[in-house]
Design a protein around this ligand. Sequence first.
Ligand SMILES: Nc1nc2c(ncn2[C@@H]2O[C@H](COP(=O)(O)OP(=O)(O)O)[C@@H](O)[C@H]2O)c(=O)[nH]1
Ligand SMILES: [Mg+2]
Length: 195
Amino acid sequence: MKITQADFIISAVQPHQYPEDALPEIALAGRSNVGKSSLINKMIMRKNLARTSSQPGKTQQLNYYRVNDSIYFVDFPGYGYAKVSKTQREAFGQMIERYIRDRKELKLQLLIIDIRHEPSKDDQLMYNWLKHYNIPTCIVATKADKIPKGKWDKHIKMIKTTLQADPRDKVVLYSSETGQGRDELWSVITETIST
Ligand SMILES: Nc1nc2c(ncn2[C@@H]2O[C@H](COP(=O)(O)OP(=O)(O)O)[C@@H](O)[C@H]2O)c(=O)[nH]1
Ligand SMILES: [Mg+2]
């Protein structure tokens, strides 16, 4: 994918702030620090457009990035951050569930998992929501550079088993460090939005 344009558009706290140009949206969910912002930066070949410094307090923002004037990446707040209050956790849940349920522009959800670790309870909950609302989902196992090649298969299997993943859902091995999986993920995205 040749990137001709990539802009940060808005940190939306309310649905009325979501863009109104009806471009397809590719959303990213995952734990804090799993590598969501790094993944976006690598996909769009910008070092720092998506902020990689985590802001764990901001549980209610969807960050919109427009790419090539044809799609948006929508970066969800990271979950699983220990210091977040119960009220913030609930607000997060409501915002995300509402987005997943109502947002017509959502064409593909990326569930970002650290390849080294078993998916958390929050990851499982997120995956179950996505299945419940019938959202096309791609599981991205990132930080592949952090484990030896020989272990990739075993870890991918572990991730699929823990999530009880639908065999039809694609799983992409990814690394924001090496760029591994970038072309494959762009293919998944372009195929999904063209159907
Ligand atoms: N080695 C390696 N480090 C990564 C990768 N992706 C993210 N990181 C690092 O993990 C940390 C958290 O990344 P970030 O993108 O901010 O995570 P976010 O909270 O999900 O947005 C940063 O220090 C990144 O440099 C990756 O694929 N490989
Ligand atoms: Mg981030």
